[in-house]
Design a binder for this molecule. Structure first.
Ligand SMILES: CC(C)(COP(=O)(O)OP(=O)(O)OC[C@H]1O[C@@H](n2cnc3c(N)ncnc32)[C@H](O)[C@@H]1OP(=O)(O)O)[C@@H](O)C(=O)NCCC(=O)NCCS
Length: 201
């Protein structure tokens, strides 16, 4: 069985990270949960500095602390996806955006990998004492909201969002402890702790 882990982005992943983002552009895909990587392709070191600043930031109405990870497949070391986890929410994120943004690279979609990505993300949330996770998705992005539902997400709101995406948006809430307890089957997809470089989870 393929196994996965979260990797904290480091300097050794520069070429892989750029190739990851190029693939989204090649396929004309939306990019989410990359901690802004797609805006730093010519300044990867600057992006790593930004991630450190993101992590230690004090929450404000402008910005909140966040962690960004690569989802890596252990067998071939490939970056499969990314996730950005907001460790606190301000009013703006509470209304739109929520705790988590994520993506899986276009050539690896439809294999259940984002469910593993979110499961690992929920474990990070639990480690940071986040009990209820808020997420949202465009209604016309079922792969995203089905991921949330697969991990016990409850749809709490459906509305027309007229400031950002100008489309129907669905809001979800996940009870972190309940979701992790209800889905032990995902543990089998996690690389054993200590078996991967810089692995978490
Ligand atoms: C959304 C995204 C992360 C899903 O990744 P993925 O690895 O393909 O998702 P999974 O294979 O884990 O599937 C998750 C669920 O969505 C369903 N799904 C996957 N692709 C689907 C599609 N094209 N249409 C409808 N449902 C789909 C799966 O069947 C699964 O639901 P199930 O457990 O009920 O069967 C990926 O499409 C992506 O990166 N999109 C661009 C970025 C983005 O939109 N991010 C989310 C912003 S809120």
């Amino acid at each position: 069985m393929e196994q996965f882990y979260f990797e904290v982005p480091g300097p050794q992943r520069k070429a892989d990270a750029i190739a990851f983002i190029r693939e989204f552009r090649e396929y004309g895909s939306e990019i989410n949960g990359t901690g802004g990587l797609h805006r730093y392709l010519d300044d990867y070191a600057g992006w790593l500095e930004k991630l450190n600043a993101d992590y230690i930031r004090e929450p404000s109405e402008e910005k909140v602390p966040a962690r960004t990870y690569f989802l890596v497949r252990q067998g071939d070391g490939r970056i499969i996806g990314m996730i950005n986890i907001r460790l606190a929410l301000n009013e703006r994120l509470r209304r739109y955006g929520g705790h988590i943004g994520y993506s899986i690279r276009p050539t690896e979609r439809g294999k259940g990998y984002n469910k593993i990505n979110l499961y690992l993300g929920l474990k990070v949330c639990a480690d940071h004492g986040i009990r209820q996770v808020l997420l949202d998705a465009d209604l016309d992005n079922p792969a995203s909201w089905r991921t949330m539902e697969a991990l016990g997400g409850k749809r709490i709101r459906e509305y027309f969002e007229d400031q950002h995406d100008h489309c129907m948006v669905v809001d979800y809430e996940i009870d972190v402890r309940r979701a992790l307890e209800a889905h032990p089957e995902y543990e089998a997809y996690l690389a054993p702790e200590g078996s991967a470089p810089e692995a978490i989870g």
